[in-house]
Design a protein around this ligand. Structure first.
Ligand SMILES: Cc1ncc(COP(=O)(O)O)c(C=O)c1O
Length: 402
C-alpha cells in the first residue's frame, strides 16, 4: 500500500482571505493579461516614486550599507534600535509634539504599524471609522482580524474634506478608532487645522483612538504639515510615517509609529510592544537609515514637492477637459481621484477595465478604495514624467466609454 494520499481536491483556504481585498495590486493580474496580448501597459496604479526615476538619497543608502558592513545584520530589539527611536522622537518634538523614544516603534513601513495598532486595539466585531475613499490596507486588515470598517464620507464637492455629521452619526458603542489620512491617499486632500481639531474633538467625546496616517506629511506642495497630535498632544493619537514616500525608499520597509503621551494609551502601547515581540523586529540595516534621514539633509524633498506640484497641476488641468470627467486638485502626495460620469448600469470597474484594454492605461477603480461603483471615481498615480503623463492623458481623452 502506498502511503501517498489519493485525495486530489485542492487544499481549502481560510475564509478570512475571501474578505481581504487590495485592489491596487489585485488589478495587476488584469494588466498582465493585456500585456500578454502584446499591448504596452502604463502602470499608474502603485504609488512607488522609485519606479518613475526618483532616487533614494545617497546618504540613506550609505547608512544602510555601512550598517551591513559594520555587522548590524542580526535581529534588533523588537521596538527598533535606540538611535532610530530617538531620532523619531526628536523629529516629533521638533514638529511640536514632545515625544519619548519609549513610545516610538520602528516598523516594517507604516503598513506594519497600522496592522499592529489595529490588532492591539480592535476586537472581532468592533468597528473602526475609515474614510471613503480610503487607503485600502485599513479595510483589508480589519477584514483579516474580523472587525468591521465603517466608512465615513469625504466630500469631493468640498475638497474631499470629511463629513463630520456623517462621522458622528456612524459612531456606535462598538466603534473603537478613527482613521485619519492627511495628506490623503487617494484624494490628495489636506485638512485645515479646524477640521483636524473637529476630528480630535469627536474622538475625545466618544473615547476613540485616532490613527493618524501621516506618511505624506512632508509631501504637501506648500511644505511639510505638522503632525495632527500637535493640536492636542494629550488626545489619544497614534501617528505613523515611514521612509517610503518622503525619503524615496519604499522597498526598505522602514517606518515608525509614535504612541501619544496620554496615559490612556499606556495599555495600547504595551499591547503593541507585546505583538511586536512576536515578529522579532523590522529589517535591521534599514533602521540605520531612519536617524540618517531625520537628522540629515532633506533638500531632496523640496525638489520632489516641486515636481509633484507640477504633475498635480498638469493632471487636474488635463483631466478636467475630458468630457464627463471632473477632478479635484490635489494639495499633496502623488494621487488624484477624478470622477467619470458613467452611463446607467455601468461601474467604475467597467470604465477602468475598458480603459486598460483599449489604451493600456492602468488606474485603480474608486470602489477599490470604498466609493460607490456607480459614482465613477478612479485613482491616478501621477509620478511619471510630465511629457509621459501628457501623452497618457491624450490617450485617456481619446478613449470613449459606452
Ligand atoms: C496612506 C498610506 N498609508 C500607508 C501606506 C503604506 O506605506 P509604507 O510603505 O510606509 O508601509 C501607504 C502606501 O501607499 C499609504 O498611501
Amino acid at each position: 500500500m502506498s502511503a501517498v494520499s489519493s485525495v486530489t481536491s485542492s487544499i481549502r483556504t481560510a475564509r478570512r482571505v475571501d474578505r481581504f481585498t487590495y485592489a491596487i495590486r489585485n488589478i495587476v493580474a488584469e494588466a498582465r493579461k493585456v500585456e500578454a496580448t502584446g499591448k504596452k501597459v502604463r502602470y499608474l496604479n502603485i504609488g512607488d516614486p522609485n519606479q518613475f526615476g526618483f532616487v533614494t538619497p545617497a546618504h540613506l543608502i550609505e547608512a544602510v550599507t555601512k550598517a551591513m558592513r559594520d555587522g548590524h545584520n542580526g535581529y534588533t530589539a523588537s521596538p527598533g534600535i535606540v538611535e532610530a527611536r530617538e531620532a523619531v522622537a526628536a523629529d516629533f518634538s521638533a514638529r511640536g509634539v514632545e515625544t519619548n523614544p519609549d513610545r516610538v516603534l520602528i516598523t516594517s513601513g507604516t503598513s506594519e504599524g497600522i496592522e499592529l495598532a489595529l490588532t492591539a486595539i480592535v476586537d472581532e466585531g468592533d468597528e473602526v471609522l475609515v474614510p471613503s475613499p480610503t487607503y485600502p490596507l485599513y479595510t483589508a486588515v480589519l477584514a483579516k482580524i474580523g472587525a468591521v470598517p465603517t466608512y465615513y464620507g469625504t466630500d469631493h464637492t468640498n475638497g474631499w474634506l470629511p463629513d463630520l455629521d456623517h462621522i458622528r452619526r456612524a459612531i456606535t458603542p462598538r466603534t473603537r478608532a478613527l482613521v485619519v489620512i492627511d495628506p490623503n491617499n487617494p484624494t490628495g486632500a489636506i485638512y485645515p487645522d479646524s477640521m483636524r481639531r473637529a476630528l480630535i474633538d469627536i474622538a475625545e467625546q466618544h473615547g476613540l483612538v485616532i490613527l493618524a496616517d501621516e506618511v505624506y506629511g512632508d509631501l504637501a506642495y506648500d511644505g511639510p504639515i505638522p503632525p495632527m497630535a500637535r493640536l492636542n498632544p494629550d488626545a489619544p493619537i497614534i501617528s505613523y510615517s515611514s521612509l517610503s514616500k518622503a525619503y524615496l525608499a519604499p522597498g526598505w520597509r522602514a517606518g515608525w509609529m509614535a504612541v501619544g503621551r496620554s496615559p490612556r494609551l499606556d495599555g495600547v502601547l504595551a499591547a503593541i510592544k507585546k505583538l511586536a515581540d512576536g515578529r522579532l523586529c523590522s529589517p535591521g540595516p534599514m533602521q540605520y537609515a531612519v536617524a540618517a534621514a531625520l537628522n540629515g539633509d532633506r533638500s531632496h524633498q523640496a525638489s520632489f514637492r516641486r515636481e509633484l506640484r507640477e504633475r498635480a497641476e498638469l493632471t487636474t488641468a488635463r483631466l478636467k477637459t475630458i468630457p464627463g470627467m471632473s477632478c479635484v486638485a490635489p494639495k499633496g502626495a502623488f494621487y488624484a481621484m477624478p470622477k467619470m460620469t458613467l452611463p446607467p448600469g455601468k461601474t467604475d470597474q467597467d470604465y477602468v477595465m475598458g480603459l486598460l484594454r483599449a489604451t493600456g492605461i492602468l488606474v485603480v477603480y474608486g470602489s477599490g478604495f470604498g466609493t460607490d461603483p456607480a459614482d465613477g471615481f478612479f485613482r491616478v498615480v501621477f509620478l511619471a514624467p510630465p511629457a509621459e503623463l501628457s501623452a497618457i492623458y491624450d490617450d485617456m481623452a481619446s478613449y470613449t466609454f459606452a
